[in-house]
Design a protein around this ligand. Structure first.
Ligand SMILES: *[C@@H]1O[C@H](CO)[C@@H](O)[C@H](O)[C@H]1NC(C)=O
Ligand SMILES: *[C@@H]1O[C@H](CO)[C@@H](O)[C@H](O)[C@H]1NC(C)=O
Length: 387
């Protein structure tokens, strides 16, 4: 208002020439005055909040001087995990984004480490009620990510731990690089949450073998990551090595294992940041070389051998022979069967002999759900009814 009145008054009485010279100067002065007034007002209101906590003044200042007032953002704002899991980043963008790693080895805030449970599925999760029981009461210590076929529409109720935990997915096929891509996609999405410390790859046929607290402690206290890595001299092992992979991959470091792994944050980053071995495996490990059984074990054996336990903690039964491990249904699930899985084992844990070797097991058919729900409270340690 003030500004417009002034210019009109002045312009009327001045000649054309002086108007050109003087008039802009006047306007500039007025504008400068208004700007200084605005800045002073901002500064004044900042001090007022700091010293007197006059909140109403701040909100007034905010609405009238948007440009110079920006709310200071705390560290929690910069590091908070994305509120939704959906995004449109390409894999290349996602992997790059997820590969950012803090270089200061001490967190300047209280960080409660979480376990990321990453479900690589075709569609539904038939054993989800078992998992719901497993997670119950442990909120804040885990996060869940699901990669399913892209056209699958998940329908979990709002109360479910699986509600809206689907990540942007693409078609992935067993034995092909698209399977490794899906696993890298799961890892990358989970890495975006700075609290995730362990990354567990699971399928829809996996079950947890112990209570959450035991699982959590086992992982958090582990010095090694759980990736199988076998040096098999036979035709299904070294026989699948292609000399074109040299010099990046030497046959002496060629490893194989099942794809189900449990890795810590450090190794998760090693996996998703790789651009050196990836093209070699993509080009030279094609069926019968199943890339999802060789890429991670071999690449990690070359890049981080000292971090590997060289075994997985996902139990599976190959004793029935054939190309696929046994699948267990309703009739198989007995007390003896479950006791055998959790009790009859020996392995090394942090270099010490241990009887606790497997935290998860596969493969379980949907029909196994009912007997598992019944036996889990006494035999596996989770799923007691609330009284
Ligand atoms: C994602 O969406 C943004 C905004 O709509 C767009 O600018 C960007 O190109 C998209 N990225 C991809 C990879 O589709
Ligand atoms: C796993 O194997 C690598 C070599 O392939 C070795 O360096 C490492 O020490 C092994 N890990 C354990 C825990 O024995």
């Amino acid at each position: 208002m003030q500004v417009r009145v002034l210019t009109l008054e002045e312009g009327k009485d001045l000649s054309q020439r002086t108007q050109h010279r003087v008039f802009p100067m006047k306007v500039l002065k007025v504008l400068a005055f208004v700007a200084i007034l605005g800045i002073s007002f901002c500064i004044a209101s900042m001090y007022m909040t700091r010293y007197y906590g006059v909140l109403s003044v701040v909100s007034q200042a905010r609405s009238s001087f948007h440009s110079c007032w920006e709310e200071p953002k705390g560290l929690s704002w910069w590091i908070r995990p994305p509120s939704g899991l959906m995004h449109n980043m390409s894999d290349e963008e996602l992997f790059w984004h997820a590969s950012m790693v803090p270089q200061v080895n001490k967190y300047p805030f209280k960080r409660v480490p979480k376990v990321a449970f990453m479900f690589l599925t075709i569609g539904p999760l038939p054993l989800s009620p078992l998992w719901e029981n497993f997670f119950k009461g442990n909120e804040g210590l885990y996060s869940i990510y699901i990669h399913s076929l892209p056209n699958y529409k998940a329908e979990f109720p709002k109360s479910s731990v699986f509600y809206r935990r689907q990540i942007p997915s693409q078609v992935s096929e067993w034995g092909k690089m698209s399977m490794c891509d899906a696993e890298r996609r799961l890892l990358s999405n989970a890495l975006l949450d700075v609290s995730n410390e362990w990354f567990v790859l699971l399928s829809e046929s996996c079950i947890p073998l112990y209570a959450f607290s035991i699982t959590y402690q086992y992982l958090m206290r582990s010095r090694y990551s759980y990736v199988g890595a076998f040096d098999d001299p036979g035709p299904h092992g070294r026989g699948l090595y292609n000399p074109n992979m040299a010099p990046e991959v030497d046959i002496s470091l060629w490893r194989k294992a099942s794809q189900w792994f449990e890795v810590n944050r450090e190794l998760a980053v090693v996996i998703i940041k790789d651009i050196k071995f990836y093209p070699k495996f993509k080009e030279f490990c094609k069926p019968n070389c199943y890339v999802d059984e060789h890429y991670f074990p071999t690449m990690l054996t070359i890049e981080s051998p000292d971090r590997l336990a060289n075994r997985s903690i996902t139990w599976v039964d190959w004793s029935r022979g054939g190309a696929h491990p046994a699948t267990f249904g309703k009739a198989d699930i007995t007390e003896t069967f479950l006791k055998n899985i959790v009790e009859e084992q020996t392995c090394l844990y942090n270099g010490q002999k241990s009887n606790l070797c497997f935290l998860f097991a596969r493969k379980f058919a949907p029909s196994a759900l009912e007997p598992l729900l019944q036996l889990a409270p006494n035999l596996l340690g989770y799923g007691w009814q609330k009284t």
